[in-house]
Design a protein around this ligand. Structure first.
Ligand code: AMP
Length: 302
């Protein structure tokens, strides 16, 4: 089973009540790939960076089994940059700056060796780019998961609506679900969004857990309660990487299989927020992961 990941590889500057970082490594695809590497020996990346992106980080991704043949490095250009500031509740943040840089002219090229991937994770990126990647596959993957955010809803809604027609699973947060559907109640929002194309919808609610919807069913996974959330950046991407890697790794693609994937995704996201940036994702042990998944199950067992 093979996984192709598309998304940003970025520099981030983050401010939370716990501190402030200068430019650190971030990006949706970075978090997705590192999250997936906790279950998969290999995955493939399609993305773009500028000449300013450190070679050591590309080597690090490779050392985690992430094939970077599809990572374009643009001479004389700058890597995508995002900065955000979190509110005290850590569930909400303001984007301070988004510099598209290399993304502005990004033309994704899927290497021939990735074109048969059975699972496609369209991480947060321009919707037209997400679609262009899907259109280069030799055949439709078994499962296509798309993650997006308010930025693309604000600026590229038509492209996003087009992309949504061809995906199996959409992952967004509660505010984005409200924005996309124009509905406040999430159950009503979900119904509307499922009519836009996706067969399944995951609504992430930060510290309040995540909900999985299809047309007839709803499943809810609580978030793991942590005493200290240091930096929520990348939690959504880590969640998406956890979700799809669980399914790549043999999880069945039924609603029940997706429920199990949701628990794994929740556990992965809970690790991500324990340290700034990608740091924690590099040090999770299988035993720690198992323990957290058991603790999550215990949370709602009566
Ligand atoms: P999350 O906290 O899961 O929403 O992901 C945050 C990551 O997404 C950061 O590492 C950013 O570099 C990246 N990011 C921020 N804004 C965008 C955007 N508009 N498109 C793609 N990636 C973004």
């Amino acid at each position: 089973m093979s996984l192709l990941i598309v998304g940003t590889v970025a520099f981030d500057a983050i401010e939370t009540p716990y501190g402030k970082t200068d430019k650190i490594i971030g990006g949706a695809a970075t978090y997705i790939g590192l999250s997936a590497s906790n279950l998969l020996e290999k995955s493939h990346l399609v993305s773009v960076v500028g000449e300013d992106f450190p070679r050591e980080t590309i080597d690090l991704l490779q050392s985690k089994g992430i094939d970077v043949e599809g990572l374009q490095i643009k001479k004389g250009e700058k890597t995508f940059f995002w900065s955000g500031k979190y509110h005290r509740d850590m569930n909400t943040r303001d984007t301070m700056e988004t510099q598209l840089n290399v993304l502005e002219t990004f033309d994704p090229i899927v290497p021939d060796s990735f074109k048969d991937a059975e699972f496609l994770m369209l991480g947060n990126l321009m919707p037209a780019v997400q679609q262009k990647v899907l259109s280069q596959m030799n055949r439709r993957p078994k499962l296509v998961v798309l993650d997006t955010m308010n930025f693309w809803m604000d600026h590229f809604l038509d492209d996003l609506m087009e992309a949504l027609k061809s995906v199996d699973v959409l992952t967004i947060n509660d505010e984005e679900a409200r924005q996309l559907s124009g509905e406040y109640a999430l159950v009503t929002a979900a119904r509307k969004i499922l009519n836009m194309g996706p067969k399944y919808l995951i609504i992430k609610k930060g510290e309040h857990g995540a909900m999985l919807f299809d047309r007839d069913r709803i499943f809810f996974a609580p978030a793991f309660p942590l005493a200290d959330v240091i930096d929520p950046t990348g939690a959504g991407d880590t969640f998406a990487g956890g979700f799809i890697s669980y399914l790549v790794n043999g999880g069945d693609l039924s609603f029940d299989g997706m429920k199990r994937a949701l628990i794994h995704a929740t556990a992965m996201a809970s690790f991500c927020v324990e340290k700034f940036g990608i740091e924690k994702l590099l040090e999770i042990t299988p035993a720690e992961l198992e323990e957290r998944k058991l603790a999550l199950a215990e949370l709602t067992r009566v």
